[in-house]
Design a protein around this ligand. Sequence first.
Ligand code: NOJ
Length: 762
Amino acid sequence: MKKIIIAICFIFFLGQVQAQKVSINRAKGKELIQEKVETLLSQMTLLEKIGQMNQYNGFWNVTGPNPTEGDAAKKYKHLKSGQVGSMLNVRGVAEVKRVQKIAVEETRLGIPLIIGFDVIHGYKTISPIPLAEAASWDMDAIKKSAEVAASEAGASGINWTFAPMVDISRDARWGRVMEGAGEDAYLGSKIAYARVKGFQGEDLSANNTIAACAKHFAGYGFAESGKDYNTVDIGMATLQNIVFPPFKAAIKADVKTFMNSFNELNGIPATGNAFLQRKILKEEWGFDGFIVSDWGSINEMISHGYAKNKKQASKIAANAGSDMDMESYAYINHLERLVNDGKVDVTIIDDAVKRILTVKYELGLFDDPYLYCDEKREKEVIGSKKNQATVLDMAKKSIVLLKNEKQLLPLQKKGLNIAVIGDLANDKNSPLGSWRIAGEDNTAISVLEGLKSFKGNKITYEKGVTLAKGKTDFTLETNINKKNTSGIKEAVALASKNDIVIMVLGENGFQSGEGRSRASLDLPGLQQELLEAVYKVNKNVVLVLMNGRPLTINWANDNVPVILETWHLGTQSGNAIAEVLYGDYNPSGKLPMTFPKSVGQIPIYYNFKSTGRPKIPAPNMVFWSHYIDESNEPLYEFGYGLSYTSFKYEDLKLSESAFAKGEEIKVSFTLTNTGKYEGKEVVQLYIQDKFASRTRPIKELKGFKMVSLKPGESKEVTFSINEEMLQFYSANEKWEAEEGEFNVFLGGSSKTVLESNFKLVD
Ligand code: NOJ
């Protein structure tokens, strides 16, 4: 026994020594890189330095409006003269090699380019959209999904992704909610951390890891009226408590880059915002990576009414801390003059360039500029079986069961006649979602294909109505079918002859994403009409929702027995959905964003403030905080999601009723699987600070755990509560926990079922 203990101690000691060695080596590595950066910087002309701060789009794809100066000839000329530090939207080993070769072999100093790309939810093997992944609440799966994306992008010449988008949003009208982790700062922070770690790995210089980019700094998700690029006007408490935490988590994960943002924040465009970029990010948080502007956002400060011209915009952006100019052609045309005229200090340029060069060194680009350019690896890695399996796993975990009455799900595997209805059921493109520039069109497994791979039942398909006709491009709304009802008759006829109808309805893959804000959140086009017509003849409807944001599906919720939220699930979409429908996978997803009953309730979120008039004081009273024509309740709350089994929460216990700063208490309860199936439950811990120097929300998520249970099985689940979890941005304008009374809540959604209280004391 003694020997075993000694051996364990020795192993532990070795582990410690090893960890110490790694951190010493890292520190040394950093020092060495800094020396190299300084040496290189000392050899650079001013124009070459500014070149490093200049990022051009490639010659093939665009992910923003084409700038007038964006002609290929100019770009080539600048590339050759060392006036380009980075390119985006160049992809594939052959293309990347072409531009890298020019940078490395034809410029005076041969500084390699950093190649950026929007690898948002997968590269070619497409993962679920980030909002869907967030619904898994499974950090390990999310990290693995990012690893797949990084490995494929890295095999295709890319070494920098413009992800994760960590913008919190409470507005489902905003098209980009599909790209984020939803409405909650705590869940969003965990996901930001997992995704950065997934992209960057433990060794950034490995060829299967790429630099990540936390974006958009800051406030973009709070665009007024949910309209993309719109004005953001929020107070310091919201900025600190809700917007900032996921960005801080990204820094904790050692994210290498940040992107600023299109929006203005309280009157100052984020791109020219020194408070955000210099004071908060670089000074207060000590971020030592670099900040890239958003596409043309330096120029956009002119339209914002903040800069008179490009020259002034360049001055403002550089001084405010934007290190790299994406596609504004502002720095390359104006910074040299601005420095020479004393309007921008050369130390600002040097600082930006050092940051950019450091990341290039860390990526290993100076050791081997073609590190990410291996044709053989490109063929092997992209679309591999392993990657497909990872995104399938992620897709299953992202599905949320919203309603399951009549025990319609899981479906029996034999003897059923099933009608499958809906344009989206047979769509191999929409499940790929909105951000999949490198993905090949029509490569997703459709729901129909997924269902047909289970052979025991008879499956018959009718489209019903066309959702969107023509090209699924930026003007999609005009392509939505609002007139042609011709297929409804056939769909109704089919539905009336079958045991069960699976209706796949929702949004085309391009109806969410950048620039795709919607004023209505109803099922687009004629789908509602189709749903009601089918339901009239067959009540056994399983509604499979495929969408990029919360929708207002009140009628479906009131009538249809089963609703399964499947988002846009990526390449393996149909397989994942079929496995869940047939019960091979028991759904465990929980909503990362509130589903409103009507658009008028937006912004709607679970962690709201009480107000002075939170409850109706007496029947028929009107003077309280409510609508006269809509309830205050959401359709489905944050954190909500069912399983094929059921769970019981009981026996809440607190280890102490009070604790002091520096100490902690334990809260525990018993979770029992009371249903017939083995299942996983995401148990959620919420806390309310009852009285504080600034009012606090009615509850806030502060912890969650995934618990697996067999039928009839019980487990005790324990959370620790410490001072850090009680911190917020107080009236003292700092993050601190205030002594006082707290409520603690537990449950399977933000509508919690267990409650107790404790005190934080002196
Ligand atoms: C604009 C988007 O806002 C940003 O997120 C993206 O990374 C860039 N375009 C580049 O495509």
